[in-house]
Design a protein around this ligand. Structure first.
Ligand SMILES: [Fe+2]
Length: 286
């Protein structure tokens, strides 16, 4: 299928003008958004590419059913309990693994992120029975970013870029991600799937973007379980400390769960594209 987004991205996207700050939050039903992306009406193509490149963050309601997310949490929690925390480089044959990113492990990374993550890859089958449902939606964002619908889908690490699924538990008391920007080379947007609801599953913190003047712009306020959020990858974002002061328990399943997909550069290529930390102090947007 001809990709009209690609043409426009090639025209406007360059090193000097990529967005660093978020502008508006645009809410839309996911189904409506998906249909419009595939329709490629020239007006929608232009408007949406320009909007995303200007820093608008889209909150797409009901991208997944609540039940899909609840079941996925159960399955991942089961994986967390079924074996030790591991780490593998993204090289040929890389298995799925879960990893505890505690404060100690987090120090080894270029930006602090405290969470418990499960990473899984398309070449290892679909033991949880969720890959097709996720891919169906991921393809829409790939296409919107100017890529083929199935870009990278069948790649393995030797190809240099692979699709990686992740579910993370941001546990109460310490779960967080420092403000950063994501690599934009392989995937033009951050893609966040919301699995928990603030005020129900946890009380404080969660996903934010940074708006002009280094203001922390809270996204969770508008979020329901099953929503998907996308924004241009270089927009500064992070996860504000979840439920400060609560006792830390890595073995439980409470707190904030999150689901994310990324087309990662693998360890089989030199100088792989990685995220960048940004050390700034943020003020809260009132
Ligand atoms: Fe990120």
């Amino acid at each position: 299928m001809l990709n009209r987004y690609n043409e426009l991205w090639n025209k406007i996207d360059n090193e000097d003008t990529r967005p660093r700050f978020a502008r508006h939050i645009i809410e839309m039903a996911y189904d409506e958004f998906e249909a419009k992306v595939l329709e490629q009406n020239p007006g929608f193509v232009k408007e949406t590419v320009e909007s995303l490149y200007s820093g608008d963050v889209y909150l797409l309601k009901n991208g997944f059913s609540k039940q899909f997310m609840e079941r996925l949490i159960d399955k991942v929690f089961h994986v967390f309990q079924s074996g030790p925390s591991r780490f593998y480089k993204m090289l040929e044959g890389c298995p799925n693994f879960h990893r505890i990113h505690d404060e100690e492990a987090s120090k080894k990374y270029i930006f602090q992120s405290v969470r418990h993550s499960y990473y899984w890859f398309p070449w290892n089958g679909d033991s949880m029975g969720v890959n097709q449902g996720i891919m169906k939606r991921w393809r829409i964002f790939k296409f919107l970013g100017g890529f083929r619908l199935d870009e990278y889908e069948n790649n393995t690490p030797k190809d240099g870029v692979v699709d990686r699924f992740q579910v993370a538990r941001y546990l109460p008391g310490i779960g967080r991600v420092e403000t950063h920007s994501d690599p934009f080379q392989n995937q033009r947007f951050f893609i966040s799937g919301f699995m928990s609801k603030r005020g129900v599953d946890y009380e404080k913190g969660g996903f934010y973007v940074v708006s002009p003047g280094n203001k922390l712009k809270d996204i969770e306020e508008f979020v329901d379980v099953g929503d998907i959020s996308i924004g241009y990858a270089t927009i500064l974002h992070g996860v504000d400390l979840v439920d400060p002061g609560r006792p830390v328990d890595w073995a439980k399943n409470d707190g904030r769960w999150w689901f994310g997909v990324y087309s990662n550069s693998t360890d089989a290529v030199p100088n792989r594209a990685i995220g960048k930390p940004v050390r700034i102090s943020l003020t809260r947007e009132s």
